[in-house]
Design a binder for this molecule. Structure first.
Ligand code: PXG
Length: 298
């Protein structure tokens, strides 16, 4: 028997993957004019779904895109997509594009945003062994977009800034890249937030560097508190990263991943650090806890 195709949500209807498409006149395609979320479900619980929906609507507000449904309807659309695909563990991509317009960039020509929800079984982003061995980063020469420009505080469909940095990382043979703000302070990586540990203190850059207010980042701050660590949000220099005892990154796809090499320098002892491991263990325990998300099936 052939494997069933995933069903994709587009504007309230479900289409098999091979038939799920949007117009080449959609300004999401023509201009990257839209917003998105990457979300995960663990064992029947959509992790921090309400927080993701809140951030989606905040991003939409920032680009003056009116989402044609309310937040509760959006929560239900995500849950329904997971049910239709009979998924308990999944990666969910939720997009709202400006919609179909003409070839000019005037958003007023786009009368109806497109709402798209894709849900698929999750493939681990960095693989299991990277959780123990750690990954390598470089410092990208591509600066994070300015907070008074196309800031990554908006989770928009324009990721060229990150992609340019990712290309640099690939070219250098590293797993990913740290992006600095225009002043030279550490912001985040191409698609994750970054934390460093120095003398038992956990530190992460503020979103004023242009870093996305990551949902995993917030959760890690919460978990650290439970484990008795406080997290300081302050500006971090490249020097402080290189000479840190431990470094790790956080994101929906990545979860928590130790960083053991940066720009050729070995971090700490070159393996996942002790506090990082404790946070990973706590994250593993908590990620499918119904208190941290919304149940798909009752
Ligand atoms: N910074 C940027 C620029 C991001 O795009 C994060 C940080 C981490 O945020 P969350 O809320 O996921 O903790 C992101 C996340 C993925 C994926 O599969 C994630 C993002 C974009 C594309 C894929 O993890 N954004």
């Amino acid at each position: 028997m052939e494997k069933e195709e995933p069903l994709i949500y587009i504007n309230g209807k479900f289409y098999p993957k091979s038939e799920a498409s949007v117009s080449v006149y959609d300004h999401g395609f023509l201009y990257g004019d839209g917003v998105f979320e990457g979300i995960r479900a663990y064992n029947g619980v959509v992790f921090k779904l309400r927080e993701h929906i809140e951030r989606l609507y905040a991003s939409a507000k920032a680009i003056m895109l009116e989402i044609p449904m309310d937040k509760e309807e959006m929560v239900n659309a995500v849950l329904e997509t997971l049910r239709r695909n009979k998924l308990k563990d999944a990666y969910i991509r939720l997009l709202v594009t400006r919609g179909v317009g003409d070839l000019g960039l005037d958003p007023r020509k786009c009368k109806k945003p497109n709402v798209i929800i894709i849900a698929e079984p999750m493939l681990p982003l960095y693989g299991k062994e990277s959780k123990l061995r750690g990954i390598s980063l470089i410092f990208s020469s591509v600066r994070r977009d300015r907070v008074d420009a196309t800031t990554h505080q908006i989770k928009s469909m324009n990721y060229l800034n990150s992609i340019l940095a990712k290309l640099e990382a690939i070219d250098a043979g590293a797993d990913d890249a740290i992006m600095l703000d225009e002043r030279g302070f550490v912001a985040e990586t191409t698609a994750t937030n970054i934390f460093i540990i120095r003398n038992g203190k956990i530190i992460t850059p503020p979103t004023t560097t242009g870093a996305l207010p990551g949902i995993t980042r917030n959760f890690v701050i919460e978990l650290a508190g439970k484990l008795g660590y406080s997290v300081e949000e302050r500006e971090i220099t490249p020097f402080e990263v290189i000479t840190a005892d431990e470094v790790f990154i956080t994101g929906t796809g990545a979860e928590i991943v130790p960083v053991t090499k940066i720009a050729g320098r070995v971090i700490g002892r070159g393996t996942a650090g002790e506090i990082t491991m404790r946070l990973i263990e706590e994250f593993e325990r908590e990620k499918s806890n119904a208190a941290n998300g919304i149940k798909i099936y009752e």
